[in-house]
Design a protein. Structure first.
Length: 292
């Protein structure tokens, strides 16, 4: 019983490792620098990266279940497809792939379209996989701290159509549950797909209202100007990445990304509890900021 977790040092992957700790399976964490990796006790850091096929083949040797998380990179699609190819070669019996909510519908958003293509590969080749489709990560809004606590502005241009943001703690819990289910099964299990979503349809204004309530001070929405957002992102990210994010927010503004109630019911059953709300996250974040 061996599970390999990619993206193991990131926000989601590190929490997946924590959920898997002590569950009776050998867990490997793929990382560029295994000697520096900070992983839970019992987890084995293994050297490698998705873009290095030889190292990936070595890390995948003896693995029975794979958690595949590929970050938003220029060659994300190639890395994901080749990782699945190596997994097939290694005889992996189960895959949990982190895709994206509304990936097929947002055909003009590069990282959405890439994930939808990976899903098609999984389906066409009948790979034994669970596809998890998370909506926009609630924890992305931790980056709003300075604006919220300073001028009292919520700056994400998510529009007024509604987005069912998901807490990354729920993503990790869902991923670990499916990894263990596939790992413990005596034979490969049928394909499964879950939309990982929050219980609320959130807009820029409704989020500003939540922060006003949570912080006890007025917070306004900063607006939905995408050109300004792209320029701000280019100060921190490559130009292609900034444009990719602009296209995503443009779709949020024009189409929204609101979950079907059935998807929320299915996720609730998978988690064994209701998914966390944005208000829960805001309260936790505000408490942490106040204690810092």
């Amino acid at each position: 019983m061996t599970i390999l977790v990619t993206g193991s040092t990131g926000a989601v992957g590190s929490q997946v490792l924590t959920h898997l700790q002590g569950q009776g399976a050998e867990v490997r964490a793929l990382t560029r620098s295994p000697e520096k990796a900070q992983v839970p006790a019992g987890v084995i850091p293994v050297g490698g990266e998705l873009g290095d096929i030889d190292s990936l083949r070595s890390a995948m040797s003896g693995v029975s279940t794979l958690f595949l998380l590929v970050p938003n990179l220029a060659d994300e699609l190639t890395q994901a497809m080749l990782a699945l190819t190596v997994a097939r070669e290694a005889g992996v019996k189960g895959v949990v792939y982190l895709s994206v909510f509304r990936g097929e519908a947002y055909a003009d958003v590069p990282h959405f379209a890439g994930k939808a293509t990976v899903e098609r590969m999984i389906q066409v080749l009948a790979l034994p996989a669970t596809v998890l489709r998370p909506a926009y990560f609630i924890q992305n809004d931790l980056r709003q701290k300075d604006l919220l606590l300073g001028p009292g502005v919520y700056g994400a241009p998510i529009g007024a159509k509604g987005v069912s943001m998901v807490d990354i703690r729920d993503i990790a819990a869902a991923a670990a549950t499916e990894l263990l289910r596939r790992e413990r099964a005596p034979s490969p299990l049928p394909h499964e797909t879950y939309d990982l979503v929050g219980p609320d349809s959130l807009t820029g204004q409704s989020i500003a209202d939540i922060w006003t309530e949570t912080l006890g001070r007025p917070v306004r929405h900063g607006g939905d100007d995408l050109a300004i957002m792209e320029q701000r992102m280019k100060a921190m990210l490559p130009g292609w990445h900034a444009l990719d994010l602009r296209l995503m927010f443009q779709r949020y503004q024009s189409d929204g990304a609101v979950a079907d109630p059935v998807a929320i019911e299915r996720l609730t059953a998978l988690l064994g509890r209701a998914p966390r709300s944005y208000r829960d996250f805001a309260r936790d974040a505000a408490a942490q900021w106040a204690a810092a």
